[in-house]
Design a protein around this ligand. Structure first.
Ligand code: ZN
Ligand code: ZN
Length: 350
C-alpha cells in the first residue's frame, strides 16, 4: 500500500481564508503535504479558474463547503455549485449525490465559544439524513474554539501550547453517533483543519491566527492507495477522493507525533483487507495493528464498545465474532496524560 498525507478543509481568499490557492499550495508543499482539499464557502471559483492540480509534489483538490447558516457539508466532484439549503440538509446531500459528487458532514458537533465570532457555531442539526458518504470526525479550528472558555486560556494556548485544546480528541458525542451509523452502513471519517488563517490585530500587534503552515502539521487525513498516485491530475484526484469516500484512511494529529506507517488491517488464510473494507468472518480472522511510536496506547473498539486496550505498539487480535472494528491510538508522553492521536476508519467483519 502507498500512504499519502493530506490536509483537508481549507479556506482560501475565494471565501474567508487569507491566502490565494497557489500561496496555500506552496506552503502545503513545504510542509510535506501530498494533497490538500480546498473547500471555500458556497463557491467553486477556484476550480472554475483551473487552480486545482499539481503544485510541485502537492496535489490540490477543490471542492466546496456548502450551506452557510448551519449544516455545513464538504462536497467534492461537483459539476456545478449546489444552492445553499442550510435548513434542508437532506436536499444538500441529495443534490451533491445526484451530480455524482461525494460529501462529508462538516464539524457536525460544533459548539463555538462566546469569546470568538460572537459565539457563533455551525453544527449539523438533522441526524436523520441519508446518503452522505462520511463525516469530518476531528476538526482542528472547531475544537480550538470550543475549548476557549477564557481570554487568559486563549492567550496562553495561542503563544505557549497551541495544541492543548486538541487533547480532548474527536468529540465523544460524534464518535458515538458514527459507531451507531457504521453498524447499519459504511460511513467514512476524515479529519480537517478548517484553516482560515485570519489576520489579527490587537492594538499595535499584528499577526495571523492559526496560520496555514502551522495547521498543515496538525490534523491530517492519511490515505492508503493500492497504486501510486497518478501523474495526471484528474486521475490522481479521483484516486484520493475514492479513498476518502471509501474510508481507506486514518486521521492523525501529527502535532502529537508523526503518524506515518500506522497499520490497521484484517486477515485470514486467504486475504488481507484494510480500513474501509469488508471481510467475512472465519476461525482464522485476526486484526493486525501497528503504531509507528512505541509510546502508544492502542484501543480496539467493536460496535461502539471498547473491547481491548494495550500499551504495546503492535499486536495481532483474534476476532471471535463479526462486528465493526475501529482503532484509536493515544500517545503516552513521559509526563502527563495520554493524548488522542490516531483514529482509524472501521473494518467491517461480516
Ligand atoms: Zn464550516
Ligand atoms: Zn470551514
Amino acid at each position: 500500500m502507498y500512504e499519502y498525507i493530506g490536509s483537508l478543509h481549507i479556506h482560501s481568499r475565494f471565501s474567508d481564508g487569507s491566502a490565494s490557492i497557489p500561496e496555500i499550495a506552496y506552503e502545503a508543499e513545504k510542509a510535506g503535504m501530498d494533497f490538500i482539499c480546498i473547500t471555500d464557502h458556497q463557491t467553486l471559483e477556484g476550480k472554475e479558474q483551473g487552480l486545482d492540480g499539481w503544485y510541485g509534489k502537492t496535489l490540490v483538490i477543490i471542492g466546496a463547503e456548502l450551506n452557510r447558516k448551519r449544516n455545513h457539508y464538504l462536497a467534492f466532484n461537483l459539476k456545478e455549485l449546489v444552492e445553499d439549503t442550510s435548513d434542508n440538509p437532506q436536499q444538500t446531500i441529495s443534490q451533491v449525490k445526484n451530480q455524482g459528487g461525494i460529501g462529508f458532514l462538516a464539524h457536525p458537533c460544533e459548539k463555538g465559544s462566546p469569546l470568538i465570532m460572537q459565539g457563533q457555531s455551525f453544527p449539523w442539526t438533522d441526524w436523520q439524513v441519508e446518503g452522505f458518504d462520511g463525516i469530518e470526525l476531528w476538526n482542528f479550528c472547531s475544537q480550538w474554539r470550543e475549548q476557549a472558555c477564557s481570554r487568559l486560556k486563549l492567550f496562553y494556548w495561542y503563544f505557549f501550547n497551541r495544541s492543548a485544546p486538541l487533547s480532548s480528541g474527536a468529540p465523544e458525542e460524534l464518535l458515538q453517533k458514527w459507531d451507531e451509523w457504521t453498524q447499519k452502513r459504511r460511513i467514512s471519517a476524515i479529519g480537517g483543519t478548517d484553516a482560515h488563517a485570519f489576520p489579527l490585530q490587537y492594538g499595535p500587534l499584528r499577526g495571523i491566527f492559526l496560520p496555514y503552515p502551522y495547521l498543515f502539521r496538525t490534523i491530517n487525513t492519511h490515505i492508503l492507495l493500492s497504486q501510486k498516485m497518478q501523474a495526471e491530475s484528474a486521475l490522481a484526484q479521483a484516486q484520493v477522493l475514492k479513498a476518502l469516500q471509501k474510508g481507506s484512511a486514518f486521521i492523525a494529529n501529527n502535532a502529537v507525533s508523526p503518524a506515518q506507517g500506522f497499520v490497521f488491517s484484517a486477515f485470514n488464510r486467504n486475504r488481507e483487507v484494510g480500513m474501509g473494507e469488508e471481510i467475512n468472518h472465519d476461525s482464522a480472522l485476526s486484526l493486525k495493528i501497528s503504531s509507528p511510536n512505541p509510546r502508544s496506547r492502542i484501543r480496539i473498539i467493536k460496535n461502539g464498545k471498547l473491547v481491548y486496550t494495550t500499551n504495546k505498539s503492535s499486536l495481532i487480535f483474534k476476532v471471535l465474532k463479526p462486528g465493526v472494528f475501529r482503532v484509536e491510538v493515544y500517545y503516552r508522553p513521559r509526563v502527563g496524560r495520554p493524548r488522542p492521536w490516531i483514529y482509524s476508519n472501521p473494518i467491517y467483519v461480516r
